[in-house]
Design a protein around this ligand. Structure first.
Ligand SMILES: [Fe+2]
Length: 176
């Protein structure tokens, strides 16, 4: 009798590519937390893309379009990296919300608040990735280190572009 697809499910796959299994497991856990943050940031970026209003509407609508597409791709890359180092990618939206360092943000805010929040959230994800890269380099998981290094660049760029839209507001807040 054929084995049902669900009976082949495994949380861990055999592999031996030179990174110790315990190290891979630690990295998979940290990658899962980063994935959760990216998932919440993806949703927030998308929700603000839909709901932004005011003179900056078109700029932010276009910019967030690019950003949520980029995060969606990154989510897939991170989840598939977890699989590639032998472990199961996290499931369950409730689990993502619990693990994420990015706060969920239901409701509608002003354009300025949306932009500022997204800029800060992108920086927070970059900060979250830094120690994971350090760990990946320590255990010679060079691919994970490379993947996350590129993601830091993407989140820093996203933050720059968002902040640049409201730089006058930021300057007056800093001077106050
Ligand atoms: Fe859209």
């Amino acid at each position: 009798m054929a084995i049902a697809a669900h009976e082949t499910a495994s949380t861990e796959l055999p592999m031996d590519t030179g990174v110790d299994r315990d190290h891979r497991r630690e990295l998979a856990t940290e990658l899962g937390k980063a994935l959760a943050s990216c998932y919440v940031l993806y949703h927030k970026t998308h929700a603000y893309h839909w709901n932004i209003t005011g003179p900056l509407f078109y700029s932010v609508h276009k910019l967030t379009d690019e950003q949520y597409e980029d995060i969606a791709k990154a989510i897939d890359d991170i989840a598939e990296r977890i699989r590639s180092i032998g472990f199961a990618a996290p499931t369950g939206l409730g689990n993502y919300l619990q693990e994420s360092i990015i706060e969920d943000a239901p409701g509608i805010k002003s354009a300025g608040d949306m932009i500022k929040e997204l800029a800060e959230d992108n920086q927070a994800v970059a900060r979250q990735l830094r120690p994971i890269i350090h760990k990946a380099e320590e255990v010679e998981d060079v691919y994970t280190a490379d993947l996350l290094t590129a993601r830091i660049g993407a989140h820093e760029e996203a933050s720059w572009m968002l902040n640049a839209l409201v730089v006058d507001k930021l300057e007056s807040a800093a001077a106050a």
